[in-house]
Design a protein. Structure first.
Length: 582
């Protein structure tokens, strides 16, 4: 048996190749290989059983033949369990070799890059609407999108981070109406100008709810804007500038950057090509004066139209999104586009993707791989969408400030003697890390309950727990006055049970990265890091590291420094900073 290092895919291939030379097996033997239950080994292959069943053969006998054919391997032991499962267990010698092979972040990057051919990808994320402040609902797209972009970066891909802000919507008719009526001076809204804009927007909404004539007026302001009337364009530009400044403030606090912030309005003069293309290929039709697309082959979208031009002739979200796909293909030569929004937009993106597929196919053009990475809602502790006590959406900036303030209480309790600068720094890293991690550690498709106590807890699947594990390992090296990674050549293979358990967990890291990228679900990485930190803790409690015996010590120090490396690499991918001391 010749099994190359850590990826289950290799194991899979080895097994198939061996099977093809073994009596009784044939081409349709397709084992499913996955990390095994602790009791059994590192990987388990299921597949002999169903295969044998299909051909009416004895599964255990077949499995035994296969094991014999696999032969001896110094890196892997294999045995048979139950009715026909194959269990693979790495040998301690292999674990040592693995740890020595992956000794820096570059080694992981290289392995990850080798797992998939690099591609050009656009990550469309955050994308708030202008004229409003970013509230808690925007945090998920912002953070999940950032982590996906980081992961793609790590994979050596060409990543464009694009913030597709909503700056061309119907909100402007209402807002312009309110601005004009209140005679507000946009140059002089004072300190919190974005909040003032929100108030104005609210006033505008009240106006149109009260009086039909205001509704008509708002509509005509919007039409004027869309036709490029100077005054309204001027107001619109100022509103966008104020909004963008307030968004950037949030991004800076969160450490998020973008390559492009083009926004919907950028595509407004590119929509004619959409109408023409869809009409030319008879993909759209007219319905009640609007231009719509039905997808007859689809259960729901056969009846539910995808409106690409409104009956008043105006473009909409769908039109600009179709134009955006074209732009990203033509100008950015994107091979993949990932859209990160909440789950309520699933229909929009399904219809968008179906429409784009038909259009691009009709033109014989290459269409990038499109995926909608959607997420659930953040709930308050009452299990309803999170709101302030006054029933308003929670402002993102306020949430971040509160996280830092709450972290500060914890930091001060632990280290009352710290100077103010260090106190601030640690509070920021812990507070923001906790917020990020709370969001990332949940399966993104689920709603989650936002709880301050839980996300800041030093125990459990939280950022502070992982940051604490990092600080603890760093302190071991500090005590020894050693740099992590030094003197590793002297290390020998793991011996004790907890050494082996920890080493075993380390080896899963590359396949966890791969799974996280495949499903675009950061919680896989979080869950793994949490398990790793827990295994480290068990190891540290049962096996003393700072012993006199130089062999034992070297062996255990290697485990410490690899755990540290993987925790830090993982947290870096999650955009979470760490501390040398906590
Ligand atoms: N502005 C939209 C919203 O707030 C999200 C935009 C997502 N991106 C896109 N290309 N449609 O819901």
């Amino acid at each position: 048996m010749q099994i190359s290092y850590d990826l289950t895919g290799e194991l899979d291939r080895t097994l198939r190749e061996t099977a093809s030379r073994t009596d009784g097996f044939n081409d349709d033997f397709s084992p499913e290989i996955r990390p095994a239950d602790l009791r059994f080994g590192d990987y388990q292959a299921n597949g002999v059983l169903p295969f044998a069943k299909k051909y009416g053969l004895n599964p255990r006998e077949m499995a035994e033949k296969l094991i014999e054919a696999l032969g001896e391997d110094e890196s892997m032991d294999v045995d048979l369990a139950g009715p026909g499962f194959l269990n693979f267990r790495f040998t301690p010698a292999f674990r040592l070799a693995w740890m020595q092979k992956y000794s820096s972040i570059h080694d992981f990057r290289e392995a990850f890059q080798a797992s998939r051919k690099p591609f050009r990808v656009v990550v469309d994320f955050s994308s708030p609407n202008t004229a409003k402040q970013m509230h808690v609902g925007h945090i998920r797209s912002t953070i999940i999108g950032d982590v996906i972009a980081r992961l793609f970066d790590f994979g050596g891909n060409e990543v464009t981070r694009d913030n597709h802000v909503g700056d061309w919507g119907t909100q402007f008719g209402i807002l312009i109406l309110a601005i004009k009526r209140s005679k507000s001076d946009l140059e002089d809204l004072g300190q919190d100008s974005i909040a003032k804009l929100e108030d104005l927007y609210r006033e505008g909404n009240q106006l149109i709810a009260e009086d039909e004539s205001f509704r008509m007026e708002a509509r005509s302001e919007l039409v004027k804007l869309q036709q490029g009337e100077k005054e309204n364009i001027g107001i619109w530009e100022k509103v966008n500038a104020i909004s963008l400044a307030s968004f950037l403030h949030v991004y800076e606090r969160l450490g998020i950057r973008f390559d492009d912030i083009l926004g919907e309005s950028f595509y407004r003069d590119k929509v004619d090509a959409v109408y023409e293309g869809l009409t030319k290929h008879a993909i759209c039709e007219e319905s009640e004066g609007a231009m719509v697309v039905f997808h007859r082959e689809h259960k729901r979208f056969a009846k539910q139209p995808f409106i690409v031009r409104k009956s008043d002739g105006a473009s909409n979200y769908a039109t600009t999104d179709l134009a955006t796909v074209c732009y990203r293909v033509e100008k950015l030569r994107a091979e993949e586009i990932v859209y990160v929004t909440d789950g309520r937009q699933q229909d929009h993106f399904s219809q968008l993707f179906l429409t784009a597929e038909k259009w691009f196919a009709a033109e014989g053009k290459f269409l990038p791989h499109l995926s909608h990475v959607w997420f659930g809602t953040i709930l308050g502790e009452d299990n309803k969408a999170i709101k302030t006590r006054e029933g308003q959406p929670v402002k993102l900036l306020d949430l971040l400030d509160e996280a830092i303030a709450r972290a500060k209480v914890i930091v001060r309790q632990k280290n009352p003697e710290l100077d103010e600068i260090e106190m601030e720094k640690r509070s920021r890293i812990i507070g923001l890390g906790a917020i990020r991690y709370a969001d990332l550690s949940q399966d993104r498709t689920l709603d989650y309950v936002f709880s301050w106590d839980k996300l800041l807890a030093l125990q459990g699947n939280t950022a502070p727990y992982l940051q604490y594990a990092v600080a603890r390992i760093r302190s071991i090296f500090r005590k020894l006055k050693m740099e992590p990674g030094s003197g590793e050549e002297a290390a020998s293979a793991p011996v004790t049970e907890s050494e082996n358990l920890l080493a075993r967990k380390l080896i899963y890291f590359p396949s966890v990265l791969e799974q996280t990228q495949r499903e675009l679900k950061p919680h896989h990485l979080c869950g793994y890091l949490y398990e790793l930190a827990t295994d480290f803790s068990s190891f540290y409690n049962s096996d003393k590291v700072l012993v006199d015996d130089p062999d034992v010590r070297a062996r255990r120090m290697l485990l410490c420094s690899r755990t540290l490396l993987i925790l830090e690499t993982g947290l870096e991918l999650l955009g979470i900073e760490t501390l040398a001391q906590m």
